[in-house]
Design a binder for this molecule. Structure first.
Ligand code: ADP
Length: 265
């Protein structure tokens, strides 16, 4: 029996043998893992181990050199897809990558909001310009999302009028506005002053409780323990250890994981 991709038994995301190099530097070596629908995967690992590159590969901001990723019903064999002369992908592949990218939304370490647009306009921009949705509908949805991330009353403010934590919450609302299957968060709190971290983590925790599928790169181990269904420890471009937070964070079997965790304490 073949199980359709939409079956709850099938993971939402399948990453198989993904690799990526920059010049001679093999940043991701052979990474495979799955993400169940409605689950949270936390990725931890030392600086420079390839975590951001992996996340960017899931959003096609970087194209892996080889390996395969399926997100929902979009499956890309990166070993087959290569830019031709002129550095461009063939048209059908460009279309495939566009559909693949639309499966996920990215929240960056530094939110990258448009400085001359209000919180509301930052959130409506994608739905209106990329998805060509009617402005009134996008506006309505953006207000709901900004309320969800605790920013009612701030919708007409510009980024400079908001705290770093509030800006990051606008960044989360903006990613959600495109209604992705998968939310990717790259160290969402590491650029924030310590007193602002809690508010952003609380929003992410709420999203986890709602059953949002997320992959989060973070050094917040306590938070990882609370929200993660699985933890991946990545070092030198390889998944060194993978399991439940209990397994990886409390009872790591690999020396490298233990050393890394001890350094964080
Ligand atoms: P992490 O997120 O774990 O800190 P990254 O994925 O950001 O690691 O980076 C892994 C390695 O890849 C680093 O050595 C980094 O310098 C290198 N790297 C990342 N992006 C590029 C790029 N666009 N060009 C060249 N090297 C890169």
């Amino acid at each position: 029996m073949t199980i359709p991709h939409s079956s709850p038994l099938t993971p939402l995301v399948d990453v198989t043998s993904v690799a990526k190099r920059f010049g001679a530097h093999e940043v991701i070596k052979d990474v495979s893992f799955e993400v169940g629908k409605g689950t949270v995967t936390v990725v931890i690992g030392p600086s420079g181990s390839g975590k951001t590159t992996l996340l960017r590969g899931l959003n096609a901001l970087e194209l892996p050199d080889s390996g395969e990723v399926r997100i929902g019903d979009i499956d890309v064999d990166f070993g087959r897809i290569h830019p031709g002369r002129g550095g461009r992908l063939a048209k059908p592949d460009r279309e495939l990558v566009r559909r693949y990218r639309a499966q996920s939304g990215m929240v960056f370490q530094s939110h990258n909001l448009f400085p001359h647009r209000t919180a509301l306009q930052n959130v409506t921009e994608g739905p209106i310009l990329v998805q060509h949705r009617p402005a009134a509908e996008a506006d309505d949805q953006a207000r709901k999302l900004l309320e969800k991330v605790g920013l009612t009353g701030h919708v007409d403010k510009y980024p400079y009028q908001l705290s770093g934590g509030q800006q990051q919450r606008v960044g989360i609302a903006r990613a959600l506005a495109l209604e992705p299957e998968l939310l990717l968060l790259d160290e969402p709190t590491s650029a924030l002053d310590p007193e602002l971290v809690g508010g952003v983590l609380a929003v992410i925790r709420d999203l986890a409780q709602e059953g949002r599928t997320m992959v989060i790169v973070t050094h917040e181990i306590r938070f990882a323990r609370q929200v993660a269904d699985q933890v991946l420890f990545i070092d030198e471009g390889l998944v060194v250890e993978r399991g439940t937070p209990e397994q990886v964070l409390e009872h790591p079997t690999k020396e490298r994981t233990r050393t890394f965790l001890q350094r964080l304490l």
